[in-house]
Design a protein around this ligand. Structure first.
Ligand code: MG
Length: 276
């Protein structure tokens, strides 16, 4: 191999050649950074407890027969289409509403009716029908009401294309909570309410320990979810609580409209932790 002339006579030749060779070696074999320490081995997941640890086998819930479209086997049937035996007038004496086939119809002017039995916390099912013939407007059209304990009203109204104050339309807790949506069917069609009512609790001196609460499905649609009732659902004035018994009759309102009712049943609730 020949060297450039300026290097040939110099003793540096071998040095430069050595450096050049070293440079070539260096390019081919770059210096690596110090190796990172090897990652620690992942900690082993602690062993999960056996699935049986979180299984509960007792007490076993009571078996309830729940046929489609009929009252559950543990319900108290309040209206079965054969008689008004479960009801009475709030004025005393028999309920003066009439039975038309399987439908109980308000007799206007005879007053509200109430159950002979008293209830506290309940699940309630009922079906109602506002008159097919539309008369009146706003609160004057197809008005009735479900009064839990005779005090707390979930409004019954023909709210199909019938503007009114929204905390007074069908599915409202009267003058307190408007419904989440308007699920009303046209006049003359059967509609359903499925409700869960938790009675208020009063402590010593009549202090409210826990207010009443209600959940409402109107025609299967959620319109009230665990809504807190602020007291009696007054027509005039703000709501307030007056201490009362733990159980009281359920009432249906006579608002002088020909509302029909059918298939009413109630289940008394014994919720875990509920204080009666
Ligand atoms: Mg009403």
């Amino acid at each position: 191999m020949s060297c450039p002339l300026f290097l040939r006579s110099s003793g540096w030749v071998s040095l430069f050649m050595t450096l050049g060779l070293a440079s070539l070696l260096s390019a081919a074999d770059p210096v690596l950074p110090p190796a990172a320490p090897a990652p620690a081995a992942p900690a082993l997941a602690p062993e999960l407890p056996p699935p049986q640890l979180t299984e509960v086998w007792s007490p076993v819930p009571k078996v309830v027969s729940a046929p489609l479209g009929a009252a559950p086997s543990d319900a108290t049937v309040l209206l079965n289409g054969r008689n008004l035996d479960a009801w009475e007038s709030i004025k005393g004496g028999p309920a003066k509403w009439r039975l038309d086939g399987d439908t109980m119809v308000v007799t206007p002017g005879t007053g509200a009716i109430q159950t002979k039995a008293s209830f506290g916390d309940v699940q309630l099912h009922l079906e109602f029908r506002t008159p097919a013939e539309v008369k009146g407007e706003s609160q004057g059209r197809g008005n009735s009401g479900v009064f839990f304990m005779g005090i707390y009203e979930v409004q019954v109204l023909d709210s199909y294309n019938n503007p009114t104050y929204v905390n007074g339309q069908a599915g409202s807790i009267y003058k307190q909570h408007m419904p989440l949506v308007n699920a009303s069917r046209p006049p003359g069609e059967w509609q359903s309410y499925d409700l869960v009512f938790i009675a208020p609790r009063f402590g010593p001196g009549g202090v409210v320990e826990s207010p009443a609460r209600v959940t409402v499905f109107h025609n299967g649609v959620l319109v009230q979810h665990d809504a807190e009732i602020k007291g009696a659902t007054n027509h005039r004035g703000y709501p307030a609580y007056t201490p009362h018994a733990a159980k009281l009759p359920l009432q249906l309102q006579d608002h002088r409209d020909l509302i029909g009712f059918r298939n009413i049943w109630v289940r008394e609730l014994a919720l875990p932790g509920a204080k009666l």
